[in-house]
Each structure stands twice: as structure tokens, then as C-alpha cells.
Write a protein of this length. Structure first.
Length: 238
């Protein structure tokens, strides 16, 4: 069995009231469960570390799609389980558009803390907002909350700003997991995708600006309805 996992803790409740129904519809469309994490000992460090609950999801499920609570998923989104090979980590390469010095800063923080140089990683920095994973990748989430408290502190002291995401990048590299890079249509971010604002609806997952989630909700709803009609037409033709 497969599941979608999302973390809805703190202010994420405000976003999920808009994005949650779309996530549930997508889960139903691809035959997956929806696992909503609303409390976690990892969140006591910082809410972003609640992503480590993905490790517990593998007690019940073979594969996981993780989706941030501030992401809209359109109903015609293909199954990411079908697109990403089971042994690959499926993620979007954030560094295609983020400033080079920013991801070098993140990479160097982990290298300084753990004392390991992973030479190829400065050419690729993965965004953890959308992830496709399987039990093959369980080691990514094996740390206890007690250990992550120290990891969080140490990486932050070395200048990292995205501690959990940077640690995942470090571990993916050092564990040697193959990567299937998702294109921008599966993690369409306004910060680093040049097409945002011009053809942003030419995507399946819109990783939204938190300030606009509620404001753009009517437009998202209208677009989702259009896509459902297109899906119905295609089904009738089969």
C-alpha cells in the first residue's frame, strides 16, 4: 500500500483548509491513503522536522509521496508513484534557479558538521517540499528527536537556514540513493521558477506563496473544475 504524507502543525492549519481537499482528491485518484501528521515529538524542535514522521509511515506503507501543506495538487496530476522508480528518490532540484551561494552555504554547513565532503552535491540541491520515497529510503529518517536537536543546533551554527532540507540532501548523497529529478510542474515554486506568473497553471503541483493561498483559492477552484471536466471528457472517449 502507498500513502501521501503531509504535516499540518501550527500555522499550517490555515493553509491546509484550502489545500487539504485537493490533496485528499489526489490520494483517492491514485489509490493512496492520506496521512496527516498533526502532532509529533520532532515538531518540538521545529515544525519542519515533523517530516521525519515519514519514517514511521513505512511501518504501514511501501511508498510515500510527501507534500508540504502549502501545496495545491490539481486533480489531473499523474501518479508520482508511476513516474518515479521505486528505488529512486523523486525530488525537484531547487538549485536550478536558487542563487549558487545559497545552496553552497547549505551544503558547506553539513560538510563542516559531519566532516565529509560530497563533491557532486554542490551541483544539485533538492527541495524537500515534494518527495517520492519508498522503504528503500527509510534510513533518511532514522534519527531520534534527541539526536535531531543537536543536529539542528550544529547545522544552524554553521550558517544553514534550511536545516532539515540540507540534512536530507547530505544523507541522500552519502547513502548513494539514485535521484529521479522532478520537473517544475511537480513542484512549481514562485521563488525560483521563471515561468511562475506567466504559465504557472501549466503545472500539476503549485507549491504556493503562503501569503496567496487564500487569496488565489477561487482561481485555483475554477482551474481544478476545468481540469475535472477535461478528465471526464477523456474518460468518455476511452
Amino acid at each position: 500500500m502507498n500513502t501521501i504524507v503531509t504535516v499540518v502543525i501550527g500555522e499550517a492549519e490555515k493553509w491546509f483548509r484550502y489545500t487539504g481537499p485537493y490533496m485528499a482528491e489526489y490520494a483517492a485518484n491514485i489509490g493512496a491513503a492520506l496521512r496527516v501528521v498533526r502532532e509529533s515529538p520532532y515538531a518540538n524542535i521545529h515544525p519542519v522536522w515533523a517530516r521525519w514522521e515519514i519514517g514511521n509511515a513505512f511501518n504501514d506503507y511501501d511508498r510515500v509521496i510527501y507534500i508540504d501543506a502549502d501545496a495545491y495538487v490539481f486533480p489531473d496530476c499523474p501518479s508520482l508513484f508511476d513516474l518515479v522508480p521505486e528505488k529512486c528518490v523523486g525530488m525537484y532540484a531547487h538549485n536550478h534557479y536558487v542563487k549558487h551561494q545559497e545552496f553552497i552555504r547549505e551544503v558547506k554547513a553539513c560538510a563542516d558538521v559531519f566532516g565529509v565532503y560530497y563533491g557532486w552535491l554542490p551541483d544539485i540541491y533538492l527541495n524537500a517540499g515534494i518527495m517520492v520515497l519508498s522503504r528503500h529510503h527509510r534510513k533518511l529518517f532514522e534519527e531520534s528527536p534527541q539526536i535531531l536537536v543537536e543536529v539542528h543546533r550544529a547545522i544552524a551554527e554553521k550558517g544553514a537556514q534550511w536545516m532539515d532540507q540540507t540534512l536530507l540532501n547530505y544523507k541522500i548523497a552519502n547513502l548513494g540513493y539514485p535521484i529521479h529529478q522532478l520537473d517544475y510542474r511537480f513542484n512549481h515554486r514562485n521563488e525560483d521558477t521563471p515561468s511562475w506568473g506567466r504559465d504557472r497553471f501549466d503545472s500539476y503541483i503549485m507549491h504556493y506563496d503562503k501569503q496567496l493561498i487564500a487569496i488565489d483559492a477561487p482561481r485555483i477552484s475554477k482551474e481544478a473544475d476545468r481540469r475535472r471536466r477535461e478528465m471526464d471528457i477523456q474518460r468518455r472517449r476511452l
